[in-house]
Design a protein around this ligand. Structure first.
Ligand code: FUC
Length: 786
């Protein structure tokens, strides 16, 4: 990769900044996070405000005052499922309300009521820093620096001192660090004020504030500690906070914890006190500079792996809200700058909300200001939590997917009980949405309660992780048990369809519209994906007996890929009235096989690609933020760069807020991650055994470069392009073995050599235009035009 392709100043590319304090949390606050602890920073002058979060602070679950049964049916309903299946077989379909009456948890509550004991993600509290004498402040700026993972506020006070507040969330130290300083002595004065809806006890001892309590609903214990260090001035207790007057600078170390543990069935672990105490104590001993250096090493080790240059450049001194307001998609270098920033921000948000040992990133990552957040800020499993993890592997952040993998492994035990309770079969399953307490059963909301295919959709993430890293140990220990349990469930829960003798799921529901039927496209495609992946995995691991069983069912499975009357991919097996060209529903479930599945091979099956294109065109650009983000990925997989870019532009123009959070509306983080994935998929794909370079490059991205993306097979990819054509491709074969690559660069004379200038590997392209060669482990191959 020519380094000159990366000459754009990264600081410019990677800064969100504003000229006024945030006046609203969801659209303006700036998030920091270490995968466990988070803060939404407002940057107010007279009172700065941090909305504090700890990702395990959830109501519901065992011990909930509302009662809790993991969503399982309280009494056995031995005939319920069979009755629904027979009725669907007889009538062809069944209304969602009728199915919910038979299979939902209506026994617990009325229509649209929340499932008792499901709980919701809770804000930890609001920390304010009240600052005296801020009148007359000038040169105000607040920012979030994605290169450093540090947020800050800067201004000049009336005395002419330059004041700086810096905030970061350190993963290794498990603390949020706040530092206030100035370029003159004695200028730092403030009073802390902590408020929480959970009625904690607040105590102050020396320079330490301790916040302790237990959630009223489920008794979950929580604690926060803030430790203050100052130089100069004086510190006094206010009884429930600390007051600093005339200091030269002040540093605060904040840690939070609960006694939640991800362990079925109790979900309780140690009292948080000692973990929280030792985090702040160690941080105070280490001090600000050492913590910052450690934080930046930790963060850069992930963030710096990928660099994207789309030719972005900010003319003048436009702040981020200005960039967004100016954006029209065709606006040249400044629009490219926003697109780069949006991609980098997606990676920043994933690193900040999902780190090994924690829970997966939820509908809001880890950021939440409410006790009653939208959709409980839970994990929706009919696309949303999956979308959060689409960028993890391809943008070289495999570590961030660990929380999802262990979360899914932890769903197996409760999911086995649900499989028994509701389906009377083995294996495991989970439905439409889940919480940190193993909720694998069902709600009662007719149009969004049923999704047993979520077990397979989640298992796909573990297999994909293997496909990227090719670590057979990971496959054996982590992925395969989850996949096998999901496959066992489906082997027992498919029925022979009297219409054509294929195997179908029933009842089957295409999120979140229409009637229940048998064999809707999404059910069939997801189960087909699971079965194909399981066959490959079983093959690899020598589980021949299971491989044969799955293979036999796969041969009989309806693949869910039929073309309909207007050339679309049919959403339902019997074409329904809703499957019409004017249906613009946000879920495009019938294209699961295009993305994130790999059941539609666009180059090998142009007729399927055309049907997918027809479907997508009919669905249009409408939709909430996440839906637009999905469409970037679909269009990328269809190798249609201009349409993919059009959807990215549509998202940036309509469903992105000033702080660049995606909005559904309201704030929902999946669209941030879906867009980062979509941008990566425009530049690199590898889902059909070929490392496909620039498969969907839009005209708007004429010249640019990207490095550090990952392809399946454990290959790190860099590419530079000029005028829409790749000029240099670098493939680092971390594992080695047979590699196949596709690029327009291979259509003209080219050279391929290893990066030591070793001899050309020199193979001629295959008849299909791809190039394959045997890669040596750890070697980088450079392909250039001659
Ligand atoms: C799915 C979507 C909704 C929303 C919710 C959290 O059910 O259909 O639009 O995103 O998840």
């Amino acid at each position: 990769m020519s380094n000159s392709a990366h000459s754009a100043p990264l600081s410019h590319q990677n800064l969100l900044w504003y000229t006024a304090p945030a006046t609203e949390w969801q659209s303006q606050s700036l998030p920091i996070g270490n995968g466990f602890l988070g803060a939404g920073i407002h940057g107010g002058l007279a009172s700065d405000h941090l909305v504090l979060n700890e990702q395990t602070l959830w109501t519901g679950g065992p011990g909930s005052s509302e009662g809790y049964n993991f969503g399982n049916w309280p009494q056995g309903r031995p005939d319920a499922l069979e009755t629904v299946r027979k009725q669907i077989e007889r009538d062809g379909s069944m209304a969602p309300e009728a199915v919910a009456a038979a299979l939902g948890n209506l026994a617990y509550s009325g229509p649209l009521a929340k499932m008792p004991g499901f709980g919701s993600y809770q804000v930890f509290g609001d920390l304010h820093f009240d600052v005296p004498d801020t009148d007359g402040a000038t040169n105000y700026r607040r920012y979030l620096d994605l290169n450093a993972a540090v947020a800050g506020v800067e201004y000049t006070n009336a005395a002419g001192a330059a004041i700086r507040r810096s905030y970061f969330a350190s993963n290794p130290a498990n603390v949020i660090v706040c530092r206030f300083d100035a370029d003159q002595t004695g200028q730092i004065s403030f009073t802390t004020r902590f408020a929480s809806p959970h009625s904690p006890r607040l105590s102050v001892a020396g320079n330490r504030i301790t916040v302790t309590g237990a959630l009223q609903d489920n008794g979950l214990k929580y604690q926060a500690q803030l430790h203050l260090e100052t130089v100069g001035g004086k510190v006094e207790s206010t009884g429930n906070g600390l007051n600093v007057t005339g200091a030269d600078h002040a540093v605060m170390y904040i840690s939070m914890g609960t006694n939640y543990a991800q362990s079925y069935p109790e979900y309780r672990g140690e009292d948080p006190h000692s973990k929280v105490s030792s985090a702040v104590e160690r941080a105070a001993i280490a001090g600000y500079d050492a913590l910052l250096a450690e934080h930046q090493r930790d963060y850069a080790a992930l963030f710096d792996r990928v660099r994207l240059d789309l030719g972005g450049e900010v003319g003048g001194d436009a702040s981020t809200d200005q960039l967004l307001a100016d954006y029209d998609g065709d606006g040249g270098p400044q629009d490219r700058a926003l697109e780069q920033l949006f991609f980098n921000y997606g990676r920043y948000l994933l690193i900040s909300s999902s780190r090994p040992g924690g829970l997966p990133s939820n509908l809001q990552g880890i950021w939440n200001r409410s006790t009653n957040p939208p959709w409980d800020a839970d994990w929706h499993t009919n696309i949303n939590v999956q979308m959060n993890y689409w960028p993890a592997e391809i943008t070289n952040l495999a570590e961030t997917a660990e929380p999802l993998h262990s979360f899914v492994r932890n769903l197996v035990a409760p999911g086995e009980t649900t499989a028994q309770n509701m389906f009377q079969t083995g294996g495991w399953t989970v439905n439409q949405n889940t919480n940190p307490y193993g909720f694998t059963g069902v709600h009662d909301w007719a149009t969004s309660f049923w999704m047993p295919e979520a077990n397979a959709w989640l298992a796909q993430h573990l297999y994909e992780a293997y496909d990227f890293n090719r670590d057979v140990n990971f496959l054996r220990e982590h992925a395969y048990p989850v996949m096998k349990g999901a496959a066992e469930f489906w082997l027992k829960n498919l029925r022979i369809d009297p219409r054509d003798g294929t195997l179908v799921a029933s009842p089957s529901y295409s999120p979140e519209q229409g009637d229940f039927t048998a064999g809707a496209a999404i059910s069939q495609q997801i189960i087909g994906q699971l079965f194909r992946d399981t066959v490959s995995a079983a093959e690899m691991l020598g589980d021949a007996a299971f491989r044969d069983r799955v293979q036999a069912s796969l041969a009989q499975l309806d693949p869910g890929l039929a073309a309909g009357s207007w050339g679309q991919v049919k959403e339902w097996k019997d074409e329904a009235a809703l499957d019409a060209p004017d249906n613009t529903h946000r879920h495009v479930s019938q294209l699961y096989a295009l993305h994130p599945g790999n059941g539609i091979e666009v180059l090998a099956h142009p007729e399927l690609a055309a049907a997918a294109d027809r479907t997508l065109t009919a669905r249009g650009d409408a939709g909430y933020g996440w839906s637009k983000a999905w469409k970037i990925n679909f269009r990328a997989r269809l190798r249609d760069g201009d349409q993919a870019h059009h959807m990215l532009a549509s998202q940036l123009k309509t469903t992105v807020m000033a702080n660049l959070w995606n909005t559904h509306p309201p704030f929902q983080i999946d669209g941030n991650f879906g867009a980062a994935s979509g941008i990566a998929e425009m530049l690199l794909q590898s889902h059909h055994g070929v490392v496909d370079i620039l498969p969907a490059l839009p005209a708007a991205w004429r010249t640019g470069s990207v490095s550090g993306l990952k392809a399946r097979g454990n290959v790190e990819v860099a590419v530079a392009w000029v005028d829409g054509r790749a000029t240099e491709i670098r493939l680092k074969a971390l594992l080695g073995g047979r590699l196949a690559v596709r690029s327009s660069l291979l259509a003209a004379p080219f050279r391929i050599e290893d990066d030591d200038g070793g001899p050309s590997v020199g193979a001629a392209p295959n008849p299909d235009g791809t190039l394959s060669f045997e890669a040596a482990p750890g070697t980088t191959y450079v392909i250039t035009a001659t």
